[in-house]
Design a protein. Sequence first.
Length: 319
Amino acid sequence: MSNGTVVALSGGIGGAKLSLGLLGILPPDSLSVVVNTGDDFEHLGLRISPDIDTTLYTLSDRVNPETGWGQRDETWRFMEQQAQQGGETWFRLGDRDLEIHRERSRRLRDGETLSAITADFTRRFGIAAAILPMSDETVSTSVATDQGELGFQDYFVRRQCQPSVKGLRFAGAAAARPGPGVVAALSAKDLIAIIICPSNPWLSIDPLRAVPGMRQLLRGSGVPVVAVSPLVGGTAVKGPTAKIMTELGLPVTPAAVARHYAGWIDGFVLDSRDRQYADEIQVPVLVCDTLMQTLADRRRLAGATLEFAATLAPSRAAA
Ligand code: GDP
């Protein structure tokens, strides 16, 4: 594999797993992870950026391996106190996690950008990659459901994805711009590939795609864009991807995911358990095991995806 830089587009848990694999096989400072901020929200007076934090914790080996989010060996004194005082406890905030939210909130109030704060956290956590919020402007995902329009975390955490999804809206996206690091990473002369991680296409990747200019940056980069299927064996490994596809009237197949990304991708990584869908996919396909249970799995999938990307010419579709 030739030397060069790689950009990963990511949500939370699924995306961070593949990003960790990429980090493990690329030379230091060759990876940029562009992270969804549509899940960000204000809670208990704090600004919380769940997907950025999952990426920070995963890439610095602090993540709680049981949940895939939050820090390992976390303590919950703050939550206990909240509960005692009859406060809100539906969104679990561990004590160490809380400190990140407090510091981010303070610095945002003092006028720093989310990009600058995240870059500083990334450096302090000793991560040899760039973690880039998709935008410094606020974009808020809201979910139209059979129970009305819900804020993302109300839908995802408080109601545990139980309402039926009718559509999604990314408030603020039309006025948002890709973050400065995002523009730089996607315009880098030594960029060799862009990977759309196996994150939830509708909840995690679509907010990124809704930021004006993102498509031009991807297509204008002149490098192959490859998506990794978030469905394994016809269902999601974790989370509501399959449920949402059904509710939106789509077949729960990797081919439907590839169709969703039509015009954005040059290649698609399909799980071996789903090889029967290969013929339905309009772009070149790599069939391999995409289940990432161990660190070795993450690195193997990262390596296979980059090798596959190296065989693809980017489509010169009008940006
Ligand atoms: P969230 O924001 O924390 O929900 O996480 P993401 O959107 O990044 O990821 C959720 C998606 O990741 C789901 O569709 C899962 O099926 C997918 N996913 C999680 N683990 C794996 C894995 O090991 N392999 C593959 N192919 N997909 C995975």
